[in-house]
Design a protein around this ligand. Structure first.
Ligand SMILES: Cc1cc2nc3c(=O)[nH]c(=O)nc-3n(C[C@H](O)[C@H](O)[C@H](O)COP(=O)(O)OP(=O)(O)OC[C@H]3O[C@@H](n4cnc5c(N)ncnc54)[C@H](O)[C@@H]3O)c2cc1C
Length: 496
């Protein structure tokens, strides 16, 4: 995937069958689906692929045990099916993980044990393995650092885990392999119209500068928490449809959750679900659900969110973490489809909704990473029908997603506390359309999430390699290094 080639193709003046705005899970899923069916498709992303919510998730491919509690069986069943399909189609990025719910109360094991039997049943033939009740001893064996006092046992169930930004890049590469034209750092500024109908978009190239216009038969707004901004460009009178809710995560050293299993707390003080999950030799603790007044491109974990997560981690872990142990904090924003005025964000729907505006713009809002493929299938079916494109069956349920090319051995490590090599920076620039130090350290590799200080220390070297690969001068290296180090400071545990 080469950004210069994509730009040339977009400038050639082709009228695409479909044009997708937004390169997160939803937009990339649509690009893969449409391209694999044989439609022509372009995708434009304002920042980098997955720079919005799609690189800031809890990284679970799951049915959603919490939705089971809310009685949303249709969402759980769809998500469990999608979990199974993704595990088949991207085995290099998705793996199963045992989750343990520790039982401290008298009835916890029976209550959660029965609920998880229903979870197993809903997964049907794509089940990843059965749940089971654990005794105290077995629970302690799985969760070596769990608080033992008052522990009666636990319930084990299976779900799956992935690397969200790497899956996004994989989807972009897969779509590119099927001749989709994808451009990151390309912001849609406005629509072009004929007789009130949207015929394309006006785009700003945020790397090379300059504007271009791209034409399409059908335009899809997959901009996550920003969908209302695009809808307002289509129709200034359009009422807002999404609320913004933020979720934060802490990243801790692995010693706070040794062993192969994750910890799931089904009900925190304020009724949320909390996870502590082994991920890339670290532990992710999350998440929160905090209503925010407006979307932010670079949301910051709030001090109170971090304090909430740390205090719960301390309650359930025997060797307790403190703020000084936190390697990184990150936050992402959920676009929740609006409920009644005043409804709490944690009660709003995680399911997606699709609407068509007066100019013909399709807007998709809400959803989960886990269900991106099913959402994309629904959108492309609908788009083809509305546009009168020849109907073509959706192949993505059985479409293997492409793996990155392996790096050659012998490359220098980026940092002794990070599991990445300089060759991965070069590959990111040559094959994965990485343009900035942030693209490399946040999403092509996950350095920023794994250790914000170490990532900051790598920035000058990464900038120098990128400058070599992409042909930039010394001033660019200095500016990129400074910009990344400012960003990385926001990934440190906040001090009052
Ligand atoms: C804290 C948290 C944890 C989560 N954990 C999980 C989980 O474990 N498992 C799971 O299945 N789901 C999870 N989710 C949900 C999942 O992450 C989201 O549903 C999914 O990432 C949304 O993808 P999206 O493509 O709709 O939005 P986004 O990823 O936000 O993508 C929208 C894109 O549109 C771009 N854009 C905006 N305006 C423009 C414009 N004018 N021009 C061009 N581009 C534009 C943005 O830059 C952005 O990249 C979680 C969500 C949150 C917030």
């Amino acid at each position: 995937m080469n950004r210069v080639h994509s730009l040339e193709k977009l400038r050639a003046g082709e009228v695409f069958d479909l044009l997708v705005i937004g390169g997160g899970a939803t937009g990339l899923g649509v690009a893969v689906d449409a391209a694999a069916r044989g439609y022509t498709v372009a995708l434009l992303e304002r920042g980098d692929f997955a720079s919005g919510t799609s690189s800031r998730s809890t990284k679970l491919v799951h049915g959603g045990v919490r939705y089971l509690r809310q009685g949303d069986l249709t969402l759980v069943r769809t998500a469990l099916r999608e979990r199974g399909l993704l595990a088949r189609n991207a085995p290099h990025l998705v793996h199963t993980l045992d989750f343990i719910i520790p039982a401290y109360g008298l009835t916890d094991r029976t209550f959660y044990g029965l609920g998880l039997k229903l979870y197993d049943t809903l997964a049907g033939p794509l089940s990843l393995g059965s749940s089971r009740i654990l005794g105290r001893h077995e629970t302690l064996e799985h969760l070596l650092n769990i608080e033992p006092s008052g522990l009666r046992g636990g319930v084990l169930y299976r779900d799956a885990q992935f690397d969200d930004a790497r899956l996004a890049i994989t989807l972009a590469l897969t779509a590119n392999d099927h001749d989709a034209v994808l451009l990151n750092h390309a912001e849609v500024l406005d629509f072009t119209r004929e007789d009130g109908r949207i015929t394309g978009v006006l785009v700003r190239d945020r790397i090379g500068g300059g504007d271009l216009s791209v034409r399409a038969r059908f335009v899809i707004n997959a901009t996550g928490v920003y969908v209302d901004a695009l809808r307002a460009l289509e129709d200034p009178a359009a009422a807002p449809r999404v609320s913004v809710s933020q979720g934060a995560h802490l990243v801790l050293p692995r010693r706070f959750l040794p062993g192969a299993s994750a910890l799931m707390v089904p009900k925190t003080d304020d009724g949320r679900v909390l996870f502590a999950i082994p991920w890339r030799d670290r532990v992710l603790v999350g998440t929160t659900d905090t209503a925010r007044p407006a979307p932010e491109a670079e949301p910051r974990a709030l001090a109170e969110e971090c304090a909430f997560l740390l205090s719960h981690a301390r309650r359930y872990l025997s060797e307790t973490p403190s703020a000084g142990d936190v390697l990184s904090v990150f936050a992402g924003q959920r676009p929740l489809v609006r409920g009644k005025a005043g409804a709490e964000t944690k009660s709003l729907s995680r399911d997606h909704s699709i609407s068509i505006g007066p100019g013909g713009l399709l807007t998709v809002a809400g959803g989960k990473w886990t269900t991106y493929r099913a959402i994309a299938e629904e959108i492309v079916d609908l788009a083809a029908k509305i546009t009168g494109l020849p109907p073509k069956p959706c192949p993505t349920a059985g479409l293997p997603l492409r793996a990155s090319t392996p790096i050659l051995p012998g490359s220098e490590p980026l940092h002794r506390q990070l599991p990445y090599f300089e060759a991965e920076v070069r590959r990111a620039a040559r094959e994965e359309a990485a343009q900035t130090v942030e693209d490399v350290l946040s999403r092509r590799t996950r350095c920023l999430l794994l250790n914000a200080r170490a990532a900051s220390a790598c920035a000058p070297r990464v900038a120098a390699i990128l400058a070599e690969e992409l042909g930039h001068e010394d001033a660019w290296i200095a500016a990129q290094t400074a910009a990344f180090q400012t960003l990385a400071a926001d990934y440190l545990y906040p001090v009052d």
